[in-house]
Design a protein around this ligand. Structure first.
Ligand code: HEM
Length: 194
């Protein structure tokens, strides 16, 4: 069963994209398919980012250490959907006008937060290979702490987008707070034990 977990997870992670392509091609999307693509890729990027952050707490609570092998895949899928999300923003929202994109990043805090989340994901994705992990040694772990900043920026991007602090964005903010809180408590308990 475990042998198939990796390919099953890989295929499952592609389902949101497959559904999107299917819905757009068969006319099952909403009246605004470009918006469907933008919103679906954004939410799945955030979901995968939070799922990758959940691996360590779940491992520590359950003792199921094998889960670590899925963390990189989840992180890379977060980046994959973020790339699609940003490309769909550039194409459908800004029609490839680079000056407008920059003006948007500077003027709208919600876009600044999204851009921050995205830019921080780039070095994480690039250095996710075994070669980079060996080359960077301890610095790899330091660098990969950026994932917390990226997740905070991603959740802020979502919360800011809706302006009123209710509903789904709050749900994701609470999940992130629990995941980060777990790490803080874990560290404090470990240093207390020492
Ligand atoms: C350059 C970077 C980014 C830009 C320019 C950008 C832009 C946008 C835009 C224009 C929307 C739609 C707003 C609306 O129509 O109401 C949106 C929604 C969203 N974005 Fe981003 N985004 C960026 C990066 C990210 C990243 C890295 C994540 C995930 C970590 C993310 C997650 C989301 C989410 C969750 C939504 C809302 C989806 C929903 O309402 O269901 N975005 N983004």
């Amino acid at each position: 069963m475990i042998r198939f977990a990796r390919p099953v997870l890989f295929l499952a992670a592609l389902l949101p994209l497959a559904w999107l392509v299917f819905a757009v091609l068969t006319g099952r999307a909403s009246a605004n398919p470009a918006e469907d693509i933008l919103l679906t890729t954004g939410i799945w990027s955030l979901r995968f980012l939070l799922a990758s952050l959940a691996i360590t707490p779940v491992r520590r609570i359950t003792g199921w250490h094998r889960l670590i092998q899925y963390r990189r895949m989840l992180g890379l899928f977060a980046f994959f959907y973020a790339v699609l999300h940003v490309l769909s923003y550039i194409a459908f929202d800004r029609f490839f006008v680079l000056g407008e994109i920059w003006a948007d990043v500077v003027k709208r805090p919600f876009i600044t937060a999204g851009m921050t989340a995205f830019v921080l994901m780039i070095p994480l994705a690039v250095t996710s290979t075994r070669g980079w992990i060996q080359r960077l040694g301890r610095r790899w772990q330091l660098l990969h702490r950026l994932v917390y900043v990226s997740a905070v920026a991603g959740v802020l991007h979502f919360v800011w987008k809706v302006k009123v602090v209710i509903g789904e964005p709050v749900f994701y903010a609470v999940i992130l707070a629990v995941l980060l809180g777990f790490r803080v408590v874990w560290r404090l308990r470990r240093s207390g034990a020492r």
